[in-house]
Design a protein around this ligand. Structure first.
Ligand code: RP5
Length: 164
């Protein structure tokens, strides 16, 4: 199976990124985690992205806050799918990172998840791998069924409490 690369702009992003790490672990998807900054270590960030395909990665998750250019910088150096996580790290509530991540020029896509949406970033990458992996697709179906059962249990409890 291809590995997923998880790259964050600072180790201060780790509390958010851990949700992606945990999701990949739940699905037994191999991954590597790195700290590279588009601004503070541009050479290392670019080199990592440029070599990601030959190094066995299938997709890149890039998490950054503030002027969040990491996902875009990685997309510029690789034709692997890049999933951007805008991290809430300032008093702009993550809107700065969201707009910096999502507003890519045409020809250079970044699939941007919600602010701090790290679990969805991992799930999106798992869904990409599952295009050609039936066992992984079955695990996704199972997880969706569990999620649905949880909502239906909550619905039952609410209905019983409020509906006559
Ligand atoms: C971004 O700036 C990082 O991704 C982080 O979210 C934010 C703040 O970084 P630190 O000052 O905490 O290292 O580049």
């Amino acid at each position: 199976m291809k590995k997923i690369a998880i790259v964050m702009g600072s180790d201060s992003d780790l509390p958010v990124v851990e949700k992606a790490i945990n999701t990949l672990k739940e699905f037994d998807v191999p991954f590597e985690v790195h700290v590279y900054s588009a601004h503070r270590t541009p050479n290392e960030a670019g080199e990592f992205a440029a070599k990601a395909r030959e190094n066995g990665f299938g997709a890149i998750i890039a998490a950054a806050g503030m002027a969040a250019h990491l996902a875009g910088a990685m997309a510029a150096r690789s034709t692997l799918p890049v999933v951007g996580i805008p991290v809430k790290s300032t008093n702009l509530d993550g809107m700065d990172a969201l707009l910096s991540t999502v507003q890519m020029p045409s020809g250079m896509p970044v699939a941007t998840v919600a602010i701090n949406g790290a679990a969805n970033a991992a799930l999106l990458c798992i869904q990409m791998l599952a295009i050609t992996d039936e066992a992984l697709a079955a695990k996704l179906d199972e997880a969706r069924a569990k999620g649905a059962a949880k909502v239906l249990a909550a619905n039952k409890a609410v209905e019983e409490k409020f509906n006559v």
